[in-house]
Design a protein around this ligand. Structure first.
Ligand code: CP
Ligand code: NVA
Length: 335
């Protein structure tokens, strides 16, 4: 196992990292996970502090950063969507320089990718992307760790994504698969296909790693032989609520069902970044039911709750992989 030296680097999108660096972070996460399970302390970053800026809500990412920082011996300060001056009374550039004087690292979750890129440009400490409209790179490391735990390999795995393929999760899976030699199929109505320039970039990367990128509107084609069935919400954070009706109409044919899963490989699993709409136990789920009569959306409850579903392992892996990102960029490589 070779953990690359990433000290001082930002973690903004996987396009900025080599295959070796990405897999090295997955290795480091696996090591940190094993240490956690053995109750071996890793509080090697004692005395350091990190700022966690969330301009959108979160359960997994926030908890993962807070627990991981604590495990590494660091303090964490959470800035919620309403509780800071960022962007309203203080520019991103000024915020970056203020926080760099108090913290050793800054996590940012928000809107456009250009915001986190600007934050990183002006910050003198590592900046970590906790989700933007375009990319969700910490989610991708958790997905890679989960896939490797499941299949013992990443290269050659066939991952099919169903649903809104032009947002953070679809874009990021395409980049991740290209970088690591996976076969990625994005399946959706063509209105929701990713930016052609990003598809082209990913195809060029995949040509060198042995991976491939396929776009299709046909769920049966995407399901055939897939090892991973992956989906995400149909309306993402920050999108207008009025868009639900159109999304339901456009994306219902791409719901992950038991019949679809049955077309996959014999080792097929279901993955989802979460949160998921698979029943009526949420406020939004109930509102959609009352308005449109749907009891489940991007995935059926049957698939979500089935033995094929690895979504909660995937969620746990957010913490181990985020710990690896903070540790590596702050100079700890597991030794
Ligand atoms: N998957 C994910 O990022 O979850 P949260 O929005 O709860 O952080
Ligand atoms: N596409 C989703 C991902 C949530 C983790 C969103 O941006 O809301």
């Amino acid at each position: 196992m070779g953990i690359p030296d990433l000290k001082g680097r930002d973690f903004l999108k996987l396009l900025d990292f080599s295959t070796e660096e990405i897999l090295g972070l997955v290795d480091l996460a696996a090591l940190l996970k094993a240490k956690k399970k053995n109750e071996e302390p890793v509080d090697v970053l004692r005395g350091k502090n990190v700022a966690l800026i969330f301009e959108k809500t979160s359960t997994r990412t926030r908890c993962a950063f807070e627990v991981a920082a604590h495990d590494l011996g660091m303090g964490a300060t959470y800035l919620d969507p309403s509780g800071s001056q960022i962007g309203k009374k203080e520019s991103i550039a000024d915020t970056a320089r203020v926080l760099s004087g108090m913290f050793e690292g800054i996590e940012y979750r928000g809107y456009g990718q250009e915001i986190v890129e600007e934050l990183a440009e002006y910050a003198s400490v590592p900046v970590w992307n906790g989700l933007t409209n375009e990319f969700h790179p910490t989610q991708m490391l958790a997905d890679l760790l989960t896939i490797r735990e499941q299949f013992g390999e990443i290269r050659g795995v066939r991952l099919s994504y169903f649903g809104d393929a032009r947002y953070n999760t679809g874009n990021s899976l395409m980049v991740t698969g290209a970088k690591t030699g996976m076969h990625i199929v994005l399946c959706s109505d063509k209105k929701y296909f990713p930016d052609p320039a990003l598809v082209e970039t990913c195809r060029e990367i995949a040509a060198a790693t042995g991976g491939s990128i396929t776009l299709t509107e046909d769920p049966a084609e995407a399901a055939k032989g897939a090892d991973v069935f992956y989906t995400d919400v149909w309306v993402s954070m920050g999108e207008p609520q009025e868009i639900w009706e159109e999304r339901i109409r456009d994306l219902s044919p791409y719901r992950v069902t038991a019949d679809l899963l049955a077309m996959g490989s014999s080792r097929a699993v279901f993955m989802h970044c979460l949160p998921a709409f698979h029943d009526l136990k949420t406020v939004v789920g109930r509102e959609i039911y009352e308005k449109f009569g749907l009891t489940e959306m991007e995935v059926t409850d049957e698939v979500f709750e089935s033995s094929r579903s690895v979504v909660f392992k995937e969620a746990e892996n957010r913490m181990h992989t985020i710990k690896a990102v903070m540790a590596a960029t702050l100079g700890y490589n597991g030794q």
